[in-house]
Design a protein around this ligand. Structure first.
Ligand code: SF4
Ligand code: SF4
Length: 295
């Protein structure tokens, strides 16, 4: 069973009867008055005006983040009323400055997403929880809960490659390309990560073919390796960089030693890269869930 087929959203389930034929974020042309409020709020620039002055969603660009529907309040005015008010004001050479956080007519229609399009929401809508990891957003806790999960131990390095940003997003095809470029190094792909869970073969990084054309806001590849192998990974990432359309950033983590030194620092600097150190100090309130933990 593919766990992502079960990705769900409470609002979408509630609307299943009403919008049962609609499988993309859409705008009701009969209701839209072309105010443009939804254009500015879309992180992908996927909404524009058509020749009739109605807003339309570019379905290739849309990552189903639901920001437009979640953030804009539905004022619930009838479209004829909004148009009539505008006409009168225009006749009087006046202008109504509407609030920018509203859709005056409730024209945005949330979809009932189907697989594999549902993946777009899973990776882009922070209110959707990844079924396979129980985590929202990009679906992984990364190193942040290491004291409890013990993902990284001494001598190990965690490498995350975050592909996509608001404005550009990333195709899962590009995510696969980067994962496959790392696979000759025999990384341990993190099992509690939704990108790993989309792979049909974790030895090669190959992902399920039917998801590759889906676009998401961002996705994180997460691997574990030995500290001394960091330079090889950075070289492999440099090599594949020109073969993808996605922007990506690379993060490296390791467990600080008792003398407060950062074990991966020498390996990253030795490979010719600068670091922007980020720290996280846990207060020790979580109960470690891994073997070998000192409680
Ligand atoms: S906010 Fe609503 S009415 Fe305004 S352009 Fe967008 S969909 Fe149309
Ligand atoms: S769902 Fe997100 S990407 Fe799609 S049109 Fe709305 S804001 Fe833009």
């Amino acid at each position: 069973m593919n766990i992502f087929a079960r990705v769900s959203h409470p609002i979408r389930h509630w609307t299943v009867g009403r919008y049962w034929e609609q499988v993309f974020m859409e705008i009701d042309k009969a209701k839209c008055v072309g105010c443009g409020n939804c254009h500015a709020i879309c992180p992908m620039g996927a909404i524009s005006l058509d020749v009739n002055g109605n807003s339309v969603v570019d379905q290739d660009k849309c990552v189903e983040c639901s920001t437009c529907h979640r953030v804009l309040r539905d004022e619930g005015y009838p479209p004829w009323f909004v148009r009539a008010v505008r006409r009168v004001l225009s006749f009087l050479h006046l202008q109504y400055l509407a609030e920018v956080d509203v859709c005056p007519t409730g024209a945005l229609k949330p979809p009932e997403l189907e697989w594999p399009r549902s993946l777009r929401a899973a990776f882009s809508d922070p209110t959707v929880v990844h079924v396979g990891t129980g985590v929202g957003g990009r679906g992984t806790e990364e190193i942040k809960t290491n004291d409890v999960t013990g993902r990284l131990r001494e001598g190990e390095a965690g490498i995350v490659v975050e592909l996509g940003r608001p404005g550009t997003g990333t195709l899962l095809r590009d995510v696969e390309k980067v994962a496959m470029a790392l696979s000759p190094l025999e990384p341990a792909f993190e099992p509690f990560n939704p990108v790993t869970q989309l792979m049909v073969d974790t030895a090669t990084g190959k992902m399920n073919e039917e998801v590759l054309d889906e676009k998401v806001l961002s996705a994180i590849i997460e691997v574990k390796t030995r500290l001394e192998r960091i330079p090889e990974y950075l070289r492999a990432l440099e090599d594949v960089h020109g073969e993808t359309d996605a922007v990506y950033s690379v993060g490296i983590a390791s467990k600080c030693l008792p003398d407060r030194s950062i074990p991966h620092e020498e390996w990253v600097r030795g490979a010719g890269y600068a670091l922007s150190p980020n720290g996280k100090t846990n207060l020790g309130l979580g109960r470690p869930l891994f073997r070998g933990a000192s409680i």
